[in-house]
Design a protein around this ligand. Structure first.
Ligand SMILES: C[S@@+](CC[C@H](N)C(=O)[O-])C[C@H]1O[C@@H](n2cnc3c(N)ncnc32)[C@H](O)[C@@H]1O
Length: 304
């Protein structure tokens, strides 16, 4: 007769904390409510594995206690920050989606320059900027473009993850961030420090980093109206309702004629009919129709 093994087989990790189906739904809803990020049923194992360290760090032994900590502990804000850092994906690199950037540089930037000459400045928002490669790429493009020599360019770069923003503000990058960059830009705008590369101050200068949860629309009033919004590879983690909410708010935040640039796998299909799809030589981009009145609401209006 074969007896039951008294000790667990070595391939079972005794320290692994199990996430039950019921607790998964509780945590999933909590995360959704604070960020709009949605974990589908088949992503339970991902959430279970990502949160192991967070739970152990607090010397907790199960997901129920962890949830209780997130909800009620006096340090809950800090823990929620760590939760967000853990569950968000910060994958990014310089000059990501080159074809779209070429269209932006060749065909959109001359239009923006015209607006810039009228208004005295241009405002760009990198929403979900992760570790900063996207806004810094834009800063390099604007610095290189001769149309913008005398136009003030402001680049707002926001993210929900404080850990990602800290890396962005520091501006020091490993080789993997340069996988799609033309060597000219790496040579011109970075200085080598042992195995890493530091971005130059003149690229940092037009970029303002802010901690902002796209799901907290009330805080968007902190930002001015934009001429173009880059929100690439961010709302892919949202469900349809929070995607719609964000797109609608981007529409409000854009100047008439302003552009919305999404990731190449993303579209506004079934999300919004407010934008027009502009056909350029090598790409299609969303634009707020030029004749829509701007949204004048901002924070200072709340005090009137
Ligand atoms: C995959 S990165 C994309 C970075 C960059 N836009 C790009 O395309 O290379 C997604 C970023 O979106 C951020 N993010 C996710 N949900 C967010 C939310 N509710 N508010 C603000 N940022 C969010 C994540 O923290 C992460 O840094």
């Amino acid at each position: 007769m074969i007896g039951l093994a008294r000790t667990a087989p070595t391939w079972i990790n005794m320290n692994h904390i199990q996430l039950t189906d019921a607790m998964f739904r509780v945590l999933r809803d909590f995360i959704y409510d604070i960020s709009g990020i949605f974990f589908a049923e088949d992503q339970k194992a991902i959430l279970e594995s990502r949160l192991q360290q967070n739970i152990k760090k607090r010397q907790l032994t199960n997901f129920g206690d962890y949830y209780y900590y997130l909800k009620y502990d006096r340090n809950k804000e800090e823990e929620i920050g760590l939760l967000i850092d853990t569950i968000t994906i910060h994958e990014t690199y310089f000059f990501r989606e080159k074809k779209q950037l070429d269209t932006f540089m060749d065909e959109v930037m001359p239009e923006l320059a015209e607006r810039g000459r009228k208004n005295g400045r241009i405002r760009i928002w990198s929403a979900g900027c992760a570790t900063g490669e996207e806004p810094y790429t834009l800063a390099m493009l604007f610095l290189e473009h001769h149309d913008f020599r005398d136009i003030n360019v402001e680049i707002y770069a926001t993210d929900i993850s404080r850990a990602a923003l800290a890396i962005a503000r520091r501006g020091v990058y490993r080789e993997s961030s340069f996988r799609a960059i033309d060597p000219y830009f790496q040579k011109t705008y970075f200085t080598k420090e042992e195995t890493e590369f530091r971005i130059m101050d003149k690229i940092k200068q037009p970029v303002v980093f802010l901690h902002l949860n796209l799901y907290e629309k009330e805080r968007w009033g902190l930002l001015p109206e934009m001429d173009a919004i880059f929100c690439r590879n961010v709302i892919i983690y949202f469900d349809a309702a929070s995607k719609k909410r964000s797109i609608n708010a981007f529409f409000q935040k854009l100047q008439p004629g302003g552009f919305l640039l999404l990731g190449h796998s993303e579209s506004l299909l079934a999300l919004s009919t407010d934008f027009v799809l502009r056909h350029f030589k090598h790409d299609l981009l969303y634009q707020k129709p030029p004749d829509v009145k701007p949204n004048y609401f901002n924070l200072s209006d709340m005090n009137k």
